[in-house]
Design a protein around this ligand. Structure first.
Ligand code: ADP
Length: 485
């Protein structure tokens, strides 16, 4: 089969979150199973350094029409990497900017045009280069591909047999724009209805993707159920329930070539379940990086690496922050995002410089150092479609404390002292006290070195590589193609 991925992020080229990790790994795994895989990405400013020498154009000038003008885009051939063909959509006036989506967590005002153009460009490029059996599109930024395919391009014979599958990595990000977007992107007005693109008088990219795709997936089984409820559906629960027969959850895998403490190049030392000595060195290295060298061996170090968004649960953490630092703990935090949370963390560190240290920003190497050097990894998310950091933490012997939601619930098994089973700690209610009680539980187990090492090793023995999820995706592609036929 030939599968075309279209997405707005992919490691190593452009990343703001877990989507990039998935699009960086899944195509390669699908290719390993014997399929042809092509990935399309926008040619952002930060992608340019990856192009060696002069860009090589697979197509020089493709016309993308808008209501009152045309834009002319190129398709840059990124070559093959690990058996996967990369193409970049070159439209400097829309993509040659410092950020992917907007300055400091905000949005560029022309994002509808940017990602509308991206979707149409992928279809036009596929017509020129190779039409796949399946388009696998990711999140709202690529969600107009199914909409174009089944409306504007519905009569195009080259796409008659082509199936399309949408993966929802986070239902809260939908791409909502004014109604006029319909005609700006040259859609017929009859798609701007409640059962198609319209959602509370907005043109909703993600909703269109949900309505027009042959198959839908999301990134954990639990989240696939959750988004069909009003608590997690972000007002799309109705349309998702309508498609529930076509919706399934496939848990993300992890790229252990990048996230394994026995080979991770970002670490001060390597370690394995059989020899944990290197983890001590990593811990000392982490404390040094954060200026917390005075922390004693017996003091557990809590790590956080996250986008600072409301989703991530830092409002409940802020309400127990003072209580928490009365315990014997140290906290190291890396992240950036909404100012309210950046300020909370800054202020927390300012008030407790001997125990809490924070780095505001995006730092790939430091994120690995926290995974390896911390004793405990904290993810108190309000909701979490899959979550990758808790899965990385398992491999690094860094015990996760998570809220039981979405992929966090699917991947972390509660520690049972009697049976010596489990991989971490879970709390249920979205409530500051429940979080603090669970942290206390973990701190108590930490005092028992034998139990803690068992807990670490239980986590390190888990395998979340991409082999199984890739097979599930291939089954889903085959199913989508069958339905199309
Ligand atoms: P989400 O996609 O909601 O941000 P995930 O847990 O699925 O959450 O993926 C987050 C990814 O982004 C992880 O690989 C994590 O290490 C990375 N990440 C998040 N914030 C930062 C940061 N400030 N610096 C480096 N990596 C980060």
């Amino acid at each position: 089969m030939h599968i075309v991925f279209a997405a707005s992020e992919c490691v190593p080229f452009a990343k703001t979150g877990g989507l990039a990790d998935v699009v960086g790994a899944l195509p390669r795994e699908v290719a390993k199973l014997g399929h042809d895989v092509t990935v399309y990405l926008p040619l952002y400013a930060r992608v340019r350094p990856f192009l060696e020498g002069e860009p090589k154009y697979a197509a020089r000038s493709i016309t993308i029409p808008f209501r009152y003008y045309n834009r002319f885009i190129g398709i840059v051939d990124g070559g093959k990497r690990d058996g996967v063909q990369f193409y970049f959509v070159d439209c400097p006036e829309l993509f040659d900017r410092p950020e992917l989506y907007g300055p400091a967590g905000g949005e560029y005002s022309d994002n509808a045009e940017r990602f509308g153009l991206f979707c149409r460009a992928v279809l036009e490029a596929a017509k020129l280069l190779e039409v796949p059996e399946v388009f696998h599109v990711h999140d709202w930024q690529a969600a107009l591909i199914p909409v174009y395919l089944r409306t504007v391009y519905a009569a195009d014979p080259v796409f008659h047999g082509t199936a399309v599958m949408l993966t929802i990595h986070n239902a809260a990000y939908q791409g909502k724009f004014p109604p006029q977007t319909t005609e700006q992107l040259l859609f017929p007005w009859d798609i701007f209805t409640m059962d198609r693109m319209e959602q509370y008088d907005r043109f909703n990219f993600l909703k269109g993707g949900i309505v027009f795709s042959d198959m839908l997936t999301t990134v954990s089984r639990r989240y696939a159920e959750e988004i069909q409820t009003s608590e997690f559906g972000e007002q799309l629960e109705g349309v998702l329930r309508n498609r529930s027969a076509d919706l399934c959850g496939i848990l993300n895998g992890v790229d252990y070539a990048r996230w394994d403490p026995s080979v991770d190049k970002n670490l001060a030392a390597h370690y394995t379940p059989g020899n944990l000595a290197g983890k001590k060195t990593c811990r000392a290295d982490l404390l040094h990086a954060f200026g917390l060298e005075s922390i004693e061996d017996a003091t557990p170090v809590i790590g956080i690496v996250s986008r600072f968004a409301t989703q991530k649960g830092f409002d409940i953490l802020s309400r127990i922050a003072d209580d928490l630092v009365r315990r014997d703990v140290a906290v190291t935090v890396l992240g950036s995002g909404e100012p309210i949370y950046e300020n909370f963390f800054r202020e927390w560190a300012f008030r407790h410089p001997d125990k809490v240290a924070v780095r505001i920003g995006y730092d790939e190497a430091l994120s690995h150092k926290i995974e390896a050097g911390a004793d405990v990894f904290l993810m108190p998310s309000r909701y979490e479609p899959c979550g990758l950091n808790q899965i990385y933490s398992l491999k690094y012997g860094t015990v996760p404390i998570v809220r039981a939601t979405g992929g966090l619930d699917d991947t972390i098994e509660e520690w049972d002292a009697g049976k010596q089973t489990g991989t971490g700690f879970k709390f249920y209610g979205y409530d500051p006290q429940a979080l603090l009680t669970e942290i206390d539980q973990a701190l108590k187990v930490f005092e028992d070195k034998a139990a803690w090492e068992r807990l670490m090793r239980n986590g390190m023995a888990q395998n979340y590589d991409w082999a199984e999820p890739a097979r599930e995706y291939v089954k889903a592609y085959e199913e989508a193609a069958r339905r199309r036929a």
